[in-house]
Design a protein around this ligand. Structure first.
Ligand SMILES: Cc1cc2nc3c(=O)[nH]c(=O)nc-3n(C[C@H](O)[C@H](O)[C@H](O)COP(=O)(O)O)c2cc1C
Length: 480
């Protein structure tokens, strides 16, 4: 069977996989497995790059929408009763379970109980004409994401270590190319016996993963020691860790500052100048950077969105307050200025509510606000290593963004068209262009990378992926 290297895929496919896997809280490799399984099962998931990922399926009784599947081999030990609970624990985690019971296991639990709990047929016999007409033991060995052996008896471990295949369980274990998780359970003397030690060492060399055994009281009266099978929850958690490795954290140890939302510039105590920024894009970037492991400070103007969990949020009103909080947050490794900061404020802010008078409208004099992006980009001391500005334009998007790039002294500009027809301001989707200096090109040459229309969350994930690559050299799929 050929293997697949994610790194070697097209950039568009990698980006799609990265976005989809991040959205579904899976590793990229796991996401590829899910996509292939969906294809085989005939689910119509759009496969075009940058399609909006569908939400994770709700728990299902049948396997069709389960996210992962396990072949659970139950060996002949007292602890087999705990494996019935294990079936339940795995299914709670949306893991489909197909059980195989050894002959000895059936002395401890019945196939009927395993079948009732797994909602699947249970397999017990290597020479079963019903399942072997198409080599059923090979299907049980390979049509799953993981094999769990619980309890793993001393006998099963010996068979595995020596490559036996004289019953269904051992034949599956010999024929599989999936990871195998063993939960040994046996008398402490069986566990410490030199033969079991040898078998265990061989199995570990073969790449088998072990959970337990734990120390404690044994079923045999008066006996205690190491040999108790791990609890069902421990085994289910270990299986889940193997099936769904934690998301990579390429920005771990990095500090990221983000500004978001509009600013409100007071005219008098009750009126202000504002803009239509919702803050959604900046908040999405803060959440994505936090998920990538960064320590995130978000300085936000007035918005109607909940603070992202795990992010330090500083709420401000005006551009001057925003600059103050931005400076207070330094030093950071990265600074992303996504806020729509008002360019001007009212010079003669009324101390009291302005009144209508016979003299007509009171004159509003405007003065320029501090330029937060330029100020931080040009800092001699404490300048973040990567400074990213946003250019919200309503016309001549790229030309205006290039001019802004030249003026501000930042490292990247994310340009987006915010003219009313695009629905970007306040909406959930965005079409952006990432401007950066061409590497190795003469001074001033700017590369423009135009991304397709995406949700603001997807833009955030992709931007964070680019940031991680630039700051740490790690990609979202390879970092750990
Ligand atoms: C009451 C009883 C309890 C047993 N408990 C265990 C056990 O916990 N672990 C173990 O390795 N063997 C245990 N055995 C021995 C196994 O059942 C025996 O080695 C059997 O051949 C294992 O078959 P299997 O590995 O195909 O399931 C027990 C036997 C009996 C009679």
């Amino acid at each position: 069977m050929a293997s697949l290297t994610i790194r070697k895929l097209d950039d568009a496919v990698k980006t799609y996989l990265r976005l989809r896997s991040a959205k579904n809280h899976r590793s990229v490799e796991e996401e590829v497995r899910v996509i292939l399984r969906e294809l085989i099962e005939g689910r119509e998931e759009p496969l075009t790059p940058f399609a909006v990922p569908s939400p994770a399926p709700t728990p299902q009784r049948t396997g069709a929408l389960a996210e992962a599947s396990v072949t659970l081999i139950i060996g002949g030990g007292i602890a087999a009763y705990k494996s019935l609970d294990l079936i339940r624990r795995l299914k709670e985690r949306r893991i489909e379970v197909r059980c195989v019971l050894t002959k000895a296991a059936q002395q401890f639990v019945t196939p009927l109980a395993a079948s009732a709990l797994s909602h699947e047929r249970v397999y017990t016999d290597l020479f079963d004409p019903q399942s072997e007409f198409d080599a059923g033991h090979i299907r049980l060995a390979r049509d799953c994401d993981l094999i769990v052996v619980a309890p793993a008896t001393a006998d099963l471990m010996a068979k595995m270590a020596n490559g036996h295949a004289d019953d269904l369980a051992s034949a599956i274990l010999l024929a599989t190319n999936r990871k195998v998780l063993l939960a040994p359970a046996m008398n402490p003397l069986m566990w410490t016996n030199a033969a079991t030690r040898r078998n265990l060492a061989q199995l570990q060399r073969d790449g088998v993963v072990l959970i337990g055994p734990n120390a404690g009281e044994m079923a045999e009266a008066g006996e205690a020691g190491t040999g108790r099978m791990s609890e069902a929850i421990e085994i289910a958690n270990a299986a889940e860790r193997l099936l769904r490795p934690p998301m990579p954290k390429p920005l771990a140890g990095k500090r990221v500052l983000i500004t978001a939302g509009p600013t409100h510039e007071a005219i008098d105590p009750v009126r202000y100048i504002a803009n239509r920024s919702s803050g959604k894009q900046g908040f999405a970037i803060a959440a994505a950077a936090q998920a990538a492991g960064a320590e995130v400070v978000l300085v936000s103007g007035p918005v109607d969105i909940d603070d992202p969990p795990g992010v330090t949020v500083k709420h401000v009103e005006s551009a001057r307050q925003m600059l103050e909080q931005v400076k207070a947050a330094l030093p950071t490794d990265v600074a992303i200025f996504a806020a729509a900061v008002a360019d001007w404020r009212v010079a003669n802010e009324g101390e009291q509510k302005l009144k209508k008078t016979a003299a007509g409208m009171p004159p509003l004099q405007l003065v320029e606000n501090p330029d937060i992006l330029a100020t931080i980009s040009k800092l001699a001391d404490k300048r973040p290593r990567l400074v990213i500005g946003f250019a919200a334009e309503t016309e001549h998007l790229i030309d205006n963004a290039k001019a802004k790039f030249a003026r501000k002294g930042c490292d990247w500009i994310v340009a987006n068209d915010v003219s009313p027809a695009t629905g970007v301001m306040g909406g959930d989707r965005n079409t952006v262009h990432l401007l950066s200096r061409k590497t190795g090109a003469p001074d001033g040459e700017i590369a423009v990378d135009s991304w397709p229309a995406m949700t603001k969350e997807q833009v955030a994930i992709e931007l964070v992926a680019q940031i991680a690559k630039s700051v740490t050299g790690k990609s979202l799929e390879s970092a750990s």
